[in-house]
Structure formats: structure tokens, C-alpha cells
Design a protein around this ligand. Sequence first.
Ligand code: FE2
Ligand code: FE2
Length: 285
Amino acid sequence: MQAPESESAPLKNIEEWDDFVATRYRPGKTQEEFRNYQADANPTVTEFYRQNHAHQTLDFVLAKKREFGGLAREKKSIWEMGEFLNTLVDESDPDTDLTQIEHLLQTSEAIRRDGHPRWFVLAGFVHDLGKVLCLWGEPQWAVVGDTFPVGCAWSDQIVFPEFFAANPDSRVPEYQTVYGVYEPNCGLDNVHLSWGHDEYLYTVTRDYLPEPAQYILRYHSFYPAHKHGAYGHLMNNHDERMFDWVRKFNPYDLYSKGTERPDFRELKPYYEDLVAEFFPDRIAW
Ligand SMILES: [Fe+2]
Ligand SMILES: [Fe+2]
């Protein structure tokens, strides 16, 4: 399932979405300013959400899970994928914008500075590698964006909820009840979230990382839940406990930008050891 041909990629690069989220949750924002998040969204970000909310249906998510879930695309090391992801650069301002690996390193270095366990540092270092989906021709709205459950009613805690009116699932009554196709407190592992880089990277890395790291990778864009407490009726007690780690991770993802530009060459030996501690040479993507 590809983007309808008439729709172009609205964001000049996918970091524009990350920047919007960071602005939305800027520390010290008043409730008033926060509620007015639409004012922070430029027309391209708004168009991005329009597409995302219109196209992320339960059928779409199930199709993407079938397409990518078998991990039959290629075998590559974490490093090879990092280099591949780094080919995704912002052409409009290559001097000031960080490369993808620099964002990963700023995140992981901030985690390391705070003395967290090695698996947590590693989660920071790999957390956005799933954005390689973009390089395989996936539309922006199916790679980034705040994630949300599909197959049940959309929470009003999701940004731009009005755009769901254009989603075909809005006309499926079974998907429009609070629980939709799910059971109360069935656990997030039984819930399909909108498709993107989170679910994909979780699928790729799940066999190698401890469970809290899996939660961080899988749910770091699930802002309606980890920032706003929505969808507690689908989560179980184990999810609630694991979300402590997702919440602990979020500030490193949002606010480590703008710290010192990391020196990749100097840091590489540490990360080579760290990656080799958890991952085999090549993994299936
Ligand atoms: Fe991300
Ligand atoms: Fe990130």
C-alpha cells in the first residue's frame, strides 16, 4: 500500500516532525501554550498529520506488519544500517542540521552521562534506526508521527484528532467503540499501533535486547499514552510498569538536541563494544 499519487511528502525532512514534538513539549510551557500546539505546527507539519491520520487504518497496519514483519529484506549490521540511515540528510541546511547518527549519539550520550545501564544507552543509540523505512520508499506518514492504537476509538489526546474524520475506519462501527476489536486491559502486545519506525525497529531488535529496551523502542512515539495517560484501558499492569522506562527515555530523545555535536570518531570504540555486547555481526531487517 503506497501513498496516493497525488500526495507528495509534505515534510522537508522527517526531523521536522521530531522538532514539532520537541516544541510541543518544550520544558516550562504553560498549559495555555500547550493547548495551543496547533500554532506551533507549520503548514507542512499540519499536512503531514492530515495524511497520517487519514491513512493509518487497521488494514494498513496489518498489511505493513505482513510486509515487513518477516524481516526478509536484508541482513545488515547495526553499523551498516546506521550508515545507510545517515544518507538521509536535510538538503536544505546541511551545515547546521545534525546527521541521523549525531541525533542517536546525542540521545545515547545524554543517557550515558546520567549513569544509566548499558542496555539503556544502547536503546538510545539505536532508537531511530527504523527510519530507514523512508529510504525504502515508505511515505513519511508511515514512518514517523505520534503513534496510536488502530481498531478502536481514537483518543482526543492524539494531536489533530479532527483529521481522523477522513480515515475509512471512522465508518466502521466495530472500530469506533472504546475497546474496538480489543479486550479490556488486554495488554499492548495485543494491540496494533499505527505503523512506523517504532514498531519496525522493535521487530528487528526484539530478540537481542532486554524487555525495557524493547518497550522504549516500540512505544517511544506513543505520546497519547506516555505523555497524556490515554489508553490505560488497553494496558495491563506489566505495561504500566514498563512505561516508567518509556517515560524515562523521552526527555533524552526530545531535549538532547542542541547539546554539543558528538565526535563520532572518538566515541566509536565505546559503541562498537556496546553493540557487540548485545547484537551478532549481522541481523535480519
Ligand atoms: Fe523516533
Ligand atoms: Fe529520536
